[in-house]
Design a protein around this ligand. Sequence first.
Ligand code: AMP
Length: 250
Amino acid sequence: MKLVTTIPAMRAVQRSGSVGLVPTMGALHEGHAALFRAARTDCDLVVASVFVNAPQFGDGADLAAYPRDLERDEAFAAEHGVDVLFAPSAEEMYPPRFATWVDPAGAAIGLEGEHRPGHFRAVATVCVKLFNLVRPDRAYFGRKDAQQVAVVKQAVRDLDLPLEIVVVPTVRDKDGLALSSRNARLSAAERERALAIPRALETRDPDRARAVLAAAGVEPDYVAVADLDGPTLAIAARVGETRLIDNVEL
Ligand code: AMP
């Protein structure tokens, strides 16, 4: 596997056949591995990016606490079939005088868009930059971030970007909790409480879901049915200091 950290080096990567891109923020886990596997099955060259996109974090503490370990991610990506790991610095992606943003409406309005102002503007901007840099035939996104999938698909459609978005089902731990880099921050007691989220989703009903969360003492940012790349029951909730999101397709 080749590690690439600059934009010129990424543009210079030799390519033949189809290219798959898996954008990530690192702290790689089995959820990311499922995306790598899907890309490996479909594409001749698999590129993964590791970039903690600061502008998409409204909360400075969440950004500061975000786990970073490039050496571990390099080993994980290599073991899981990635050919090229693109890990640019913040300055590489947002040099001085950077001033052009992709500002999505539509699918970006409400839910995460309401609770994290500016989040999807930063997500859409970094995705369009990565698509332009890597020029993939397909890019792979997890269903766990269902609104993100809807926003990215909308940007691809609206801006006529020449790639296909492939959606990979949510990978869960044995206890049902959706894998997330943020799970590592949960104490044992918090994790137990967080399990109310997948249990609430299993009801497939917003009122019953709210009742399950309330019984566990979990206060949600929202419990909502929305069209997120298809009809979806979505939950966001803070458990201790950790904000978790999850959803189920209806
Ligand atoms: P992140 O590194 O958290 O930004 O996630 C990078 C990509 O992996 C996104 O497309 C996520 O939706 C996807 N992803 C994260 N966790 C999971 C999971 N548990 N199952 C499936 N995909 C996931």
